[in-house]
Every structure is written in structure tokens, then in C-alpha cells.
Design a protein around this ligand. Structure first.
Ligand code: ATP
Length: 318
């Protein structure tokens, strides 16, 4: 039996500014139907640019490479057709999503309008769907909640209402860019629980985050970004248990553990020496070489992604 084609196949994606500054270089990954990909990396590593480029949301940038979604290359679509895709099969949620809801209408009215726009259903059916959606994202008492205005919701509730709105078109893929980073820890947990519930319903997820712990809990696959490139990608459990790229190792070493103590003294949180290069000053060889403890003369050539130990690694020494 031939395996089912992936839902999203991003191949050799590169993104540059009109001035020719590369922001994303040769990024490739797959998302299977119902699967989940966590995109992690330091601030400025190109996570958002990659996520936005998939749905054509950064028209000012120059994009090359393929983005095949549901068997169709999105780069071949007109702006109008892409917009229609975004409103139907592909949905986005952003960090301050709550701000994109109207203050003058109840959240129920706004979400119902979306449902009726995308699904040809009666008002009665749309209302039932609304209640189901509010339940799915974990909003308490949906019957009461639907009558509230945005200003009557807490930050976490607003974010969940926005996720309900985003998925009202029953997308095959939800791209969530730092959906919970502005929220406190308990509310973050509620958003993640909501995302996990959605995955159980068969929706695929791309989650952009700084937080490796969030990826560990939510995503079956992960891609580690650095300076616009993927340095390691593959099944989350493999990468977290046995990282092979020195950058992934360094990144994981910065994650605090519950043990936190060695020899009776708290161990200081290691930090990665140096800083991420600015896109206009990316190294010509391995992008991580200037900060890498294993750096050597062979690192002055850009390494290709290689299949190693069940995942892909962009390191000549891995
Ligand atoms: N429209 C744009 N035009 C020019 N440069 C951009 C544009 N959007 C982003 N950049 C630059 O591209 C680089 C990658 O940015 P991006 O927002 O993708 O990083 P990120 O990894 O998502 O960071 P963060 O976690 O802080 O959101 C940054 O140097 C940023 O300044």
C-alpha cells in the first residue's frame, strides 16, 4: 500500500527581503494529516517568517521553493485564491489574537457568522456548532459565554475564543504562532489542552514557540530553527531524548529540569555563548559554527541536511 500523501510538503523554502537579505534558507518539512509540528528556536531565527510564508501572509518578501498543501502548490495560487484557502482549509492563530475580534458584537455572534460563511447551515445548526466549538477550546459554560463581548473575557478566554473562530471553518491545518506566550502558566496549559483536543478531532497543527516544553507536550514532530535554517528535525521524542545537533543539545541544556541540583548545589542554567547572527551577517559555512563548541575547519562549508538516527541533522560532525 502506498503511504498517504502528506497534508503539507514544504520543500526548499527560502525567503528574502527585496534588498536580497535572506531570512529563511532551504527549509523543508512535512506535516501529515492530523499530525503536529513544533517549530522552535531563538527569537529572530525565522520561525514566524516561515509560518507566515506558508499561507502567503508576507507578500512583501521574495519566496522560492515549494509549499504543497493538499496536493496543490500554494505558490501557484493567486492572492485571492490563497485568501480563500486561508479562510477554509488553513487557519492561523497569533499571539494577540483577541485584538482581532470586534468589540461591539458578542463573541457568539462573530463566531456564528464565520460558521455560516464557511458551512452552508441553518442558524439553528450554526448555534449548535458554536456551542461545540466553545466546548472544544475549553471555554467554561458556553451557553453563557456566547453572549459575552471581548472586553468581558480574560486574556486566556479571548485567546480560546479566537481559536474557536479560527477553526470555525473546519481547517485541515491550524498554524498557531506563539498562541500562549503572553499568558500566565495556568492559562497556557488551558490553551495547550485546547490544541490537543483539536488534534484529536483530526486537525493538523503547526505550533511556533520558544518553549520546548510546550512542543514536548503537544507535537509529534519538531524542527529546530537557527538563523533561518532548520538544523535538526524529526520525531519529537527522538530529538528530545537524543539530540544530535550541537545547537539542539545547547538549546535543551537551557531548559530547566525539576531536579535542578547536582552535588547539593543548584546547577546554574547554562546559556549558549554568543548571539544569533543578524540576517544580513549570516555565516557562509555552518550558520551555528561561530557559537559551536565543536566548530572546526570543515564547518566553513554549509552542511546539507543528513538523515541520521531517525531524524535530519544539518551538521558535518553529527
Ligand atoms: N517583513 C519583513 N521584512 C524584513 N525582515 C523581516 C520581516 N519579517 C521578519 N523579518 C526579519 O526576519 C528575521 C526572522 O524573524 P522572525 O519573526 O521569523 O523570527 P522568529 O524566530 O519568529 O522570532 P520571534 O520568536 O521573536 O517571533 C528577523 O531578523 C526579523 O527582523
Amino acid at each position: 500500500m502506498t503511504p498517504a500523501p502528506p497534508l503539507l510538503d514544504v520543500r526548499g523554502l527560502s525567503v528574502a527581503t527585496p534588498e536580497g537579505i535572506t531570512l529563511v534558507e532551504d527549509v523543508s518539512f512535512l506535516v501529515q494529516r492530523g499530525g503536529s509540528l513544533g517549530i522552535v528556536g531563538e527569537s529572530g531565527s525565522g520561525k514566524s517568517v516561515t509560518a507566515l510564508t506558508i499561507g502567503g501572509l508576507v507578500p512583501e518578501l521574495i519566496v522560492t521553493g515549494q509549499r504543497v498543501f493538499q496536493g496543490q502548490d500554494l505558490s501557484a495560487l493567486s492572492a485571492k485564491a490563497l485568501r480563500a484557502k486561508r479562510g477554509s482549509d488553513l487557519a492561523y492563530v497569533f499571539q494577540d489574537a483577541g485584538t482581532s475580534m470586534l468589540p461591539v458584537r458578542t463573541i457568539g455572534a462573530q463566531i456564528m457568522e464565520q460558521i455560516r460563511l464557511h458551512q452552508n447551515v441553518s442558524r439553528h445548526m450554526a448555534r449548535r456548532e458554536l456551542i461545540t466549538l466553545l466546548q472544544m477550546v475549553g471555554l467554561p459554560d458556553p451557553q453563557e459565554m456566547q453572549h459575552r463581548y471581548v472586553h468581558q473575557l480574560s486574556g486566556g478566554m479571548r485567546q480560546r475564543a479566537m481559536i474557536a473562530m479560527a477553526i470555525s471553518c473546519q481547517p485541515d491545518l491550524l498554524i498557531a504562532d506563539e498562541p500562549n506566550s503572553a499568558l500566565d502558566v495556568t492559562v497556557q496549559a488551558q490553551i495547550l489542552a485546547a490544541l490537543r483536543r483539536l488534534q484529536k478531532s483530526g486537525m493538523a497543527l503547526i505550533l511556533v514557540t520558544h518553549d520546548i516544553g510546550v512542543v514536548a507536550e503537544t507535537c509529534d514532530h519538531m524542527a529546530v530553527f537557527y538563523s533561518g535554517m532548520i538544523l535538526e528535525s524529526g520525531p519529537t521524542h527522538l530529538i528530545l531524548s537524543r539530540p544530535r545537533h550541537p545547537y539542539t543539545m545547547a538549546l535543551l541544556a537551557t531548559v530547566p529540569t525539576l531536579e535542578g541540583k547536582r552535588g547539593g548545589r543548584p546547577s546554574p542554567l547554562p546559556i549558549i555563548r554568543g548571539t544569533l547572527p543578524h540576517p544580513s551577517a549570516r555565516p557562509t559555512g555552518c550558520v551555528f559554527a561561530p557559537r559551536c563548541p565543536r566548530e572546526g575547519p570543515e564547518c566553513h562549508v554549509r552542511p546539507a541536511l543528513r538523515d541520521i538516527d531517525g531524524r535530519q541533522v544539518r551538521c558535518i560532525k553529527a
